[in-house]
Write a protein that binds this ligand. Structure first.
Ligand code: COA
Length: 346
């Protein structure tokens, strides 16, 4: 007879208790980047909706932006860092393989002996991390989880690449997930398709790059460093055909109809994708739709918390409103869930 092993004591419900963001200081309008890609403000606005984005300066690192966003999330939740027992950080632009940024962020926030780790799920990273956090809380394995989505995509950006230079940007968003009397985070609908890796990816791995550097040195030539590359048309087609089902699955699993929603916060990839999803889901006109991409660009794992904050800050949505979140991108991975929107700091 095996020795019985106790399980953690579950709680019934989890919710997002507070939200904070960090937007880099430097605003980069379209006219600052168009010359390098032979483009125009009008082309970028028409094709993507983006008017400006934030690019991080040297001191605005993955860790410092995360810490700033986390401090506001803790304040909004009225919770001390010491009350957090798990940190999950989602990013695809950390330029070191270890240690995890989550562990460093936890220590910078004054936490001790806190479970902390990073996850990589491209632009779906925040929603993946949110699902993990909700499950940890409901299972009783964690009491309060800090979830962070953060990117410094400019570290991977080829500013001469017409397909990516105008899209990607930097920033951070964080939420505190904890127990609640009523459910605040619905079941996740998620998936991935590794056969579509070429749609968005780092164009070469570091082993390949080092081999190229060695060969170039021997030949007296130069080699090009790795960059993020995207087949925009392929991503666009996938987004507007496949993601309707992901949204409907997330709604069905939460038992919520599209007409019950107060807000829709899809990943801020491209305004035309957002508009297409609103159309196919037949969202009523009074559903507030996040359009943070216009001023923030595509911040990958940070985009959903940043877009939630923008909706709340503008007054278009309010804490407690029912919102559908949908993250999607490299992987090609997606994750969506229905949530009750959290408070932000005044
Ligand atoms: N500026 C100006 N013109 C550009 C350009 C740029 N940055 N990039 C491409 N073009 C030109 C092309 O040369 C082409 O010209 P042609 O018609 O004379 O041959 C034309 O614009 C259309 O190019 P195409 O690549 O087909 O553009 P598109 O309509 O597919 O738009 C994207 C490009 C990137 C805006 C679009 O594919 C997209 O948004 N995809 C989704 C990307 C996304 O959301 N990624 C994030 C996922 S996390």
């Amino acid at each position: 007879m095996p020795t019985p092993i106790a399980t953690a004591v579950p709680v019934a419900h989890a919710a997002i208790l507070g939200l904070g963001v960090y937007r880099p200081r430097r605003v980069v309008p379209n006219h600052d980047i168009v010359d390098a890609i032979d483009s125009s403000d009008e082309w970028i606005k028409t094709r993507s909706g983006i008017a400006a984005r934030r690019w991080a300066s040297e001191d605005e690192t993955i860790v410092s932006m995360s810490v700033a966003a986390a401090r506001d999330a803790l304040a909004a939740a009225d919770i001390d860092a010491a009350q957090i027992d798990t940190v999950i950080l989602a990013t695809s632009s950390l330029m070191v393989l270890g240690p995890s940024a989550g562990a460093v962020v936890a220590t910078e926030l004054g936490m001790h002996d806190t479970a902390a780790f990073d996850i990589s799920a491209g632009c779906a990273g925040f929603c993946y991390a949110l699902a993990d956090a909700a499950n940890l809380v409901r299972s009783g394995q964690a009491r309060r989880v800090l979830v962070i989505g953060v990117e410094r995509l400019t570290d991977l950006l080829d500013v001469h690449d017409r397909g990516t230079a105008f899209i990607f940007a930097d920033g951070a968003g964080a939420v505190v997930v904890g127990p609640a009397e009523q459910e605040g985070i619905g079941p996740v609908a998620w998936g991935s398709d590794g056969s579509k890796t070429s749609a968005i990816k780092q164009d070469k791995d570091f082993q390949q790059y080092f081999a190229e550097v060695a060969a170039a040195e021997a030949a007296g030539t130069t080699s090009e460093r790795p960059y993020i590359r995207m087949n925009g048309t392929e991503v666009f087609r996938w987004a507007v055909t496949f993601l309707e089902k992901a949204c409907r699955d997330a709604l069905d699993r939460a038992g919520v109809a599209a007409s019950d929603l107060d807000a829709f916060v899809p990943h801020q990839a491209n305004l035309r994708i957002v508009d297409a999803l609103v159309r196919v889901l037949e969202l009523p006109d009074d559903v507030a739709v996040a359009h943070d991409i216009v001023e923030s660009g595509n911040t990958s794992a940070a985009s959903i918390p940043m877009a939630m904050e923008q909706l709340l800050r503008s007054g278009a949505a309010k804490p407690g409103d029912t919102a559908l979140l949908l993250g999607f991108g490299a992987g090609l991975a997606y994750a969506g869930q229905v949530v009750a929107l959290p408070p932000i700091v005044a």
